[in-house]
Write a protein that binds this ligand. Structure first.
Ligand SMILES: *[C@@H]1O[C@H](CO)[C@@H](O)[C@H](O)[C@H]1NC(C)=O
Ligand SMILES: *[C@@H]1O[C@H](CO)[C@@H](O)[C@H](O)[C@H]1NC(C)=O
Ligand SMILES: *[C@@H]1O[C@H](CO)[C@@H](O)[C@H](O)[C@H]1NC(C)=O
Ligand SMILES: *[C@@H]1O[C@H](CO)[C@@H](O)[C@H](O)[C@H]1NC(C)=O
Length: 541
């Protein structure tokens, strides 16, 4: 397999296809494939956010030496003339440097209803800043606003709210939350004792809390090994969920990951919502890894119906143990568990045994037949790696830097500047007969709540009408194994009308409230028999 000819063939394929994102470089009937998009974008993708013009904002940190990409026009910030952020253009497969003025390390953010990325916090000078990027095509850059945050926010989680604000939850030594933009009644911080109750002495294990907007408008907040349902308007804990069986921590630095599973049956009187938490590190693993003892990661997922009157965690076993993986919801509603390590913890030099194979989780299958291991990458994606869904259904993967500096040689798991794509099976050309192509509209700049809209698609093969679903995805802000704001709405279809010529009009009702789907830009996919179209961007408000 590793003969020089074989390696040469792979290199030629990589050269041929690097600029053509839709081709695969590995062929495999099952289990997806991988494609290196850029060997180096100059910075390590610690944080990633997809914008509505198919650009990705990438940034790492500013306090660990020069990156491998110069700022334009000989510009420098605080004597550093290199960039720590780039704008990656997905379909041109090009990137350009962006300028951050202060440290954005371990920060958070969300796309606002107008499509702007609003990022908050970071380190030192950056810890109370807000930064904004407007998704213009080729000449916009970061704008920074000083002292916007009431408290320093480092390792906090943000969520977009139905009223258009963002909530910022926690951060190191911050057992509270706040909102942006500020208003007369929401200027300061609001205490959240749950975050101090889940703060393990010597390890924390409560950072980057897994925060999701529940269908009732309350926030589900998970930290360490348990969760609450929280009324952020009145500062009231509405419900306390049980501890995950076993009690091991799942939050940073014992970093597992979590998703709000796809929201379905949206016209039901009582809509259910479920959360899935996977991986993490056993109790004490963080402290052990500081002594160079790397404890195997957790191999369990815990799933809970957060809307149940008497909710209980249901445990499942993954094909392998994982810490620091990302969980990305695919357009089909299946969950991709990708990146990470088999032992150790988040932190400098604290992870071992890279897990190269993603795992697909099918939430609707019977328990016991939900996981499917996918084909591996060759690039370890350890601490500070990220993943995000693209409009065409690929998953962009980048970053990995377990070092306090940019270290490219002489270290385990060198600082990664590359970008790769994981290409799920559903993109295989053999499924093109089932694949919808959205013909009209090409985008929608204003769709209202609870409205019937029509999407026109072509599908060449035989169509099973009740297996056509319109699915909407809110683009996530991904960092430290958590995709903030990630949610997928399964809208199904109200009616499918064959128009002849393999063309179908799909009538579908948009979500009824901002609690289900906060206002903003969504990727709208049409999925037929588990094969997704490319998405169009729609703006819901
Ligand atoms: C960083 O840049 C240097 C000089 O341009 C180059 O030789 C090196 O390969 C780059 N390193 C990586 C990891 O891309
Ligand atoms: C909000 O905070 C700002 C900055 O700290 C302060 O100037 C302003 O007076 C505050 N407004 C209210 C209504 O508390
Ligand atoms: C990592 O990079 C830093 C800064 O360039 C350097 O001082 C340090 O020696 C490097 N570490 C290793 C193990 O090479
Ligand atoms: C149907 O498709 C054929 C071939 O692409 C095209 O020539 C014809 O105009 C189409 N008819 C309609 C009604 O769209």
């Amino acid at each position: 397999m590793s003969s020089p000819t074989f390696i040469f063939t792979i290199l030629v394929f990589q050269l041929l296809f690097t600029s053509q994102p839709c081709h695969r470089i590995l062929t495999s009937a099952a289990g997806g494939s991988w494609q290196v998009l850029q060997k180096s974008i100059g910075v390590s993708a610690m944080h990633m956010q997809l914008l509505r013009n198919d650009r990705i904002v990438v940034f790492d940190r500013t306090d660990f030496g020069p990156s491998n990409l110069s700022l334009p026009d000989g510009n420098c910030v605080n004597n550093d003339c290199t960039a720590h952020s780039v704008m990656y253009n997905v379909y041109a497969n090009t990137f350009r440097p962006l300028t951050v003025q202060s440290d954005v390390w371990c920060s958070s953010g969300a796309i606002m209803p107008d499509g702007n990325l609003v990022q908050t916090g970071g380190f030192k000078l950056g810890e109370r800043r807000m930064r904004l990027i407007n998704p213009c095509n080729d000449n916009c850059d970061w704008q920074e606003f000083l002292n916007v945050l009431a408290a320093p926010r480092w390792y906090a989680s943000n969520h977009i709210l139905p009223d258009g604000r963002q909530i910022i939850v926690g951060g190191r030594k911050q057992f509270n939350y706040e909102f942006i933009p500020k208003g007369a009644t929401a200027n300061g911080t609001f205490s959240l004792p749950f975050l101090s109750e889940t703060n393990d002495v010597g390890a924390e294990n409560n950072l980057y809390p897994f925060t999701f907007l529940n269908v009732d408008g309350n926030l589900f907040i998970f930290a360490n090994n348990r969760a609450i349902l929280f009324d952020y308007v009145n500062n009231i804990v509405v419900k306390t969920y049980p501890t995950i069986p076993g009690g091991d921590p799942r939050s940073y630095p014992s970093t597992g990951s979590a998703v709000l599973l796809p929201l379905k049956n949206l016209k039901a009187a009582a809509i259910q919502a479920e959360v899935l938490v996977c991986g993490g590190a056993p109790k004490g693993s963080y402290q052990q890894s500081l002594k160079n003892i790397f404890v195997p990661a957790l191999n369990t997922c815990a799933r809970i119906t957060i809307t149940d009157p008497n909710p209980q965690w249901v445990m499942e076993t993954m094909p392998m143990a994982r810490v620091m993986s990302d969980m990305i919801i695919l357009p089909t509603g299946n969950v991709l568990i990708i990146n990470g390590a088999g032992s150790g913890s988040a932190g400098w030099e604290q992870g071992r045994d890279p897990v190269l194979s993603p795992v697909l989780y099918r939430p609707d299958n019977a328990i016991g037949s939900r996981f499917e291991t996918q084909n591996p990458t060759t690039i370890p994606r350890m601490y500070h790696s990220t993943a995000t869904l693209l409009r065409d259904g690929r998953v962009l993967v980048g970053g990995s830097n377990p070092h306090a500096f940019y270290n490219f040689t002489g270290v385990l798991y060198p600082t990664e500047l590359s970008l790769e794509a994981f290409i799920p099976d559903y993109l295989d050309a053999s499924f093109n007969n089932l694949r919808p192509i959205i013909v009209a509209p090409k985008s929608m700049s204003s769709i209202n709540y609870r409205k019937l809209i029509t999407i026109q698609v072509t599908i060449p093969g035989t169509v099973v009408e009740n297996k056509i679903s319109v699915n909407m995805v809110f683009p996530s802000f991904t960092t430290h194994s958590f995709a903030m704001n990630q949610r997928l709405l399964v809208l199904g279809n109200d009616k499918v009308t064959a128009m002849g010529n393999s063309t179908y009009n799909i009538d579908v009702t948009t979500p009824s409230t901002g609690n289900l789907a906060p206002s903003g830009f969504y990727l709208l996919y049409v999925v037929h028999q588990d094969i997704p179209s490319q998405a169009i961007w729609v703006r819901l408000f």
